[in-house]
Write a protein that binds this ligand. Structure first.
Ligand code: HEM
Length: 180
């Protein structure tokens, strides 16, 4: 995983829980990087799971909630940092349908070592979109947060429901139903 993902995570923790918490979770986690990340460096996604696990132990919030919150937060950051990638999409569904063939393709050009999931469109109508997430990193809670962050960005209201397609969470169906 790219270092920028870690840097943004630690920044969110600092904003929401304070610098002491950042310090403590890095101290208490056995990290090959020692918690020193540069945005262009590449680190194992297991370090992210270890950090989120420590944060969960400290805050008593479930790991899934923390990954989700991180996804919501990071979409807000991307919304600023990657304006050019987002402009040209008129609404959340248009954007979400282009993550696989446009957004992450551009990300790979910027960061050839990025490890990205597959985000396939299973079906789409005016008010309902079904996306299938596939990744051996099993970060579907993060994906759900990014989808929510995208809805927030476009100021749209929808409910997101999830269904495991593979028990180990490597394949998850998201049904995004617009609220009228
Ligand atoms: C402007 C929008 C977006 C940008 C710039 C972006 C960029 C990135 C980057 C840089 C990574 C880290 C790759 C790595 O560190 O190796 C990543 C991972 C990921 N992205 Fe996106 N992304 C965007 C939108 C989305 C959306 C809307 C979704 C969900 C539908 C999504 C799902 C994910 C997931 C789940 C991962 C974690 C890796 C995995 O699960 O295998 N992304 N993305």
């Amino acid at each position: 995983m790219k270092g920028l993902v870690f840097c943004e995570f630690l920044e969110m923790v600092e904003k929401q829980f304070g610098y002491e918490t950042v310090d403590q979770i890095i101290e208490n986690t056995n990290l090959p990087s020692n918690g020193i990340y540069t945005s262009v460096g590449t680190y194992s996604h297991e370090e992210m799971f270890a950090l989120v696990g420590q944060l969960s132990a400290k805050t008593k919030l479930p790991v899934s909630k923390l990954f989700y919150a991180y996804g919501v937060y990071v979409f807000g950051v991307f919304g600023n940092a990657y304006k050019d990638l987002i402009k040209g999409h008129n609404n959340a569904f248009d954007f979400l349908c282009r993550v696989e063939d446009t957004i992450h393709v551009q990300v790979l050009k910027l960061y050839p070592e990025a490890e990205l999931p597959k985000i396939e469109v299973r079906s789409r109508s005016n008010d309902c979109l079904e996306l299938v997430y596939t990744s051996q990193r099993k970060m579907s809670d993060f994906a759900e947060g990014l989808i929510q962050g995208c809805l927030n960005y476009f100021n749209e209201k929808a409910s997101i429901s999830t269904q495991l397609l593979v028990e180990d969470r490597s394949e998850v169906l998201f049904t995004i139903q617009k609220e009228v």
